[in-house]
Structures are given as C-alpha cells and as structure tokens.
Design a protein around this ligand. Structure first.
Ligand SMILES: *Cc1c(COP(=O)(O)O)cnc(C)c1O
Length: 356
C-alpha cells in the first residue's frame, strides 16, 4: 500500500464537453501522481498533486544520458458508467522489464497499479465518453541526480499524467501506408529495443520524417544486423495473415512486447486459428504477395488497438494489401478487443479491470 496523499487543485480547468475534438496527447487533466526514489530509502512520498511544471536541476541526469522510461495505457467508461483499465498488470510487469535494463529501481507491481487506479479515480470526470475516445495514461520515470557523470542515478521521480484523447479513427478503421525502412535501424539484440524508453523514439525520428515525406504514415523496422527480418512498426507490433495463418515476429529482445500483441495472439488462438511467432523476412512477404497469399496486415498498440495496413513499400516494390481495404480478421479483432474493453461483450480472459 502506498498511502497516497491527495492535494486537490483549487483552480480546476474546464473539462472538454461531449463532441469536442480532443486530438491525442494535447490536453491534460487537473492532477498528476508523483513519487520519489532515494537510494537507501526506496520509493517514498507517493502523492497526487495539481498538474504543474517540474523544477529540476539543469544537470539532472535524464537530460544528458536519457535514463528514463515510460508506459502507455488507457482508462475508459463502460456503457453502465464503470471506469475500467485493460490488463494493467501487464504494464506493471513491463515497467520492471524496462527498469531492469536501464538500471532504474523496480516499482512493486501492486504499487504501480495502485498509483494508476488512484490518479484515474481522482480525475475520473475527465474520461471522455464519445465513441472511440479514452483517457490516455502516461506513467514515466526520470533520473534526477544533479551530476554529469555516467552512472545510474541515485534518485528518481515516478510521475503519471493523464490525457483525454479522441477517437483514433474518425469514421471506421482506415488502412494506413507503411514504409519498410532499409537504411536506418531502430534496435539490435542486446540493446534496449524491448524497453519503452525515449531513446528508442529519438533514434526513430529520422526514418519517420523520411517516410512522411514520401507519403507514408509509419515506418516498419527491419532487424538491425541483416536488415532482412521484420521487427515492428513505429509504436505498434505487426501481424500478417498469410495463407490463412496468423504470423507475427517473435519476441527476440529487439521488439517491444506489446500488451495488445499478447491479447491478439490469445484471441486468435481462442478462435482456433494457427498463430506463429517466428522470424519473417521481407522476401517471404514479397513472395507471399506475388502468390496472392498475403491476405491481411495490421499493427497492434494501445492507442489505435488495431491499425490495418493497406499499402506496404519496400525499395521499389509497393504492395497493395487486400485491395487497400481493411481485412475481415482485422475488423473482427478490433471489434472483439474494443468490445471487451468497453464491457459490450464477455471478458473470458479477465482482462478488464474495474476501478471502484
Ligand atoms: C508501446 C509500444 C508498442 C505497443 O505496445 P502496447 O502495449 O500494445 O501498447 C509497440 N511497439 C513500440 C515500439 C511501443 O513503444
């Protein structure tokens, strides 16, 4: 138990009303969760305070060597007015996987979930209810020692901020164009590709700009050694339906173990489909496409849940997937995951977590 102190704001902001466009990650709620870590003392002073600027020493380690981590999850209202999370234990576990790699002290899983529930409860009125909207939750940890030496920090701040976010798709699932990047790489085995940390995103920007300039919305990364095997998309894992089978790259240390990825694998298996987690080369995709066996492609991630891919570019090849339309399986997975999240259908896996 964290024994969280709560200080409510005396100047509440205006909560966006039904129908107002929210965008993503632009609006923040009235409060934030904070907790300090000090070597020898552990995590302490868990508190919820009014949303505010931070005051940090310019030499704080996070600014110089990037020792930081983050998570991404969502809260939403079910039709009967309950506030829910989706598999928060998975985010707690992944936090500590990331922390271990980056020499950030572990956060007890139950404390992580307790903190998320507490801050969401305080700003519950900010959870939007228009179709497809949700309250995006961003937990993060930064190294705060005022020191320019390269070493793990001895002090940290764990913060959770909340952002009401709009529907990812204004009207139905819109297939996106994906650029397979053949020059830059995101991660290598032994590096930090499996962690959620800012550095992975900093090194992704150059390829993202390149892809955007060429008219594609996201980058698909290849392995960092041979640039031959599929890894993942910008902030999503990737799935293929090839000749009736579901195929996705295996967790090899350089891709992010997505909560949505795990959910999709479990769902497809529960429907009796064959799911293969393995290496997939670009050549295999090109051949499957030529043979008419590359049936569907979709990305998975918390923000969009499912993002169908309509077009895939690799060097001089541009593949149109399923005629540029959303596939049947992609749609079924989207409907099922969001149905479970919103309490519209049964939750056989116990993924939905109600905040009382
Ligand atoms: C967060 C993230 C994902 C998706 O993970 P979810 O838990 O499904 O949201 C995939 N790839 C990267 C690089 C990510 O940062």
């Amino acid at each position: 138990m964290l024994n969280i102190k709560i200080e409510k704001t005396t100047a509440p902001k205006r909560i966006p009303q039904k129908g107002e466009p929210l965008g993503f990650g632009k609006i923040f709620t009235d409060h934030m969760f904070m907790m300090n870590y000090t070597e020898g003392q552990g995590w302490h002073d868990a508190r919820i305070v009014p949303y505010q600027n931070l005051s940090l020493d310019p030499s704080a380690m996070v600014f110089h060597y990037g020792q930081e981590m983050f998570e991404g999850m969502k809260a939403y209202k079910t039709d009967d007015g309950k506030t829910c999370l989706f598999r928060p234990d998975m985010n707690a576990k992944r936090t500590n996987g990331t922390n271990k790699r980056l020499c950030i002290p572990e956060v007890p899983e139950e404390d992580f979930v307790e903190a998320v529930k507490a801050i969401v409860k305080v700003d519950e009125a900010w959870i939007p209810t228009d179709p497809g909207t949700s309250l995006y939750i961003r937990p993060f940890i930064i190294a705060t020692d005022a020191f320019l030496g390269v070493a793990p920090s001895k002090t940290y701040l764990f913060i959770i901020i909340l952002s009401p976010s709009g529907a990812y798709y204004a009207s139905g699932l819109a297939p996106v164009g994906i650029w397979i990047e053949d020059e830059f790489v995101r991660a290598v085995r032994g590096g930090m590709g499996f962690t959620k940390t800012g550095g992975n995103y900093a090194c992704s920007l150059a390829a993202q700009v390149k892809a955007h300039d060429a008219g594609y919305s996201q980058v698909l990364w290849l392995d960092g050694v041979e640039r031959k095997y599929i890894e993942e998309v910008g902030a999503m894992n990737i799935f293929f339906k090839i000749d009736g089978k579901v195929v996705t790259p295996m967790l090899n240390g350089s891709i992010l173990p997505g909560v949505t990825r795990d959910s999709v694998i479990n769902l497809c298996k529960s429907w009796g489909m064959e799911v293969e987690e393995r290496k997939i080369s670009v050549d295999e995709l090109l051949e499957a496409q030529k043979a008419g066996k590359l049936e569907e492609i979709w990305g998975t991630g918390t923000a969009a849940v499912i993002s169908p891919v309509g077009k895939l570019r690799y060097k001089d090849d541009v593949m149109l997937i399923n005629g540029g339309e959303i596939g049947e399986l992609s749609q079924k997975i989207y409907d099922t995951v969001t149905g479970i999240q919103l309490g519209k259908i049964a939750d056989p896996f116990g993924w939905r977590v109600v905040i009382d």
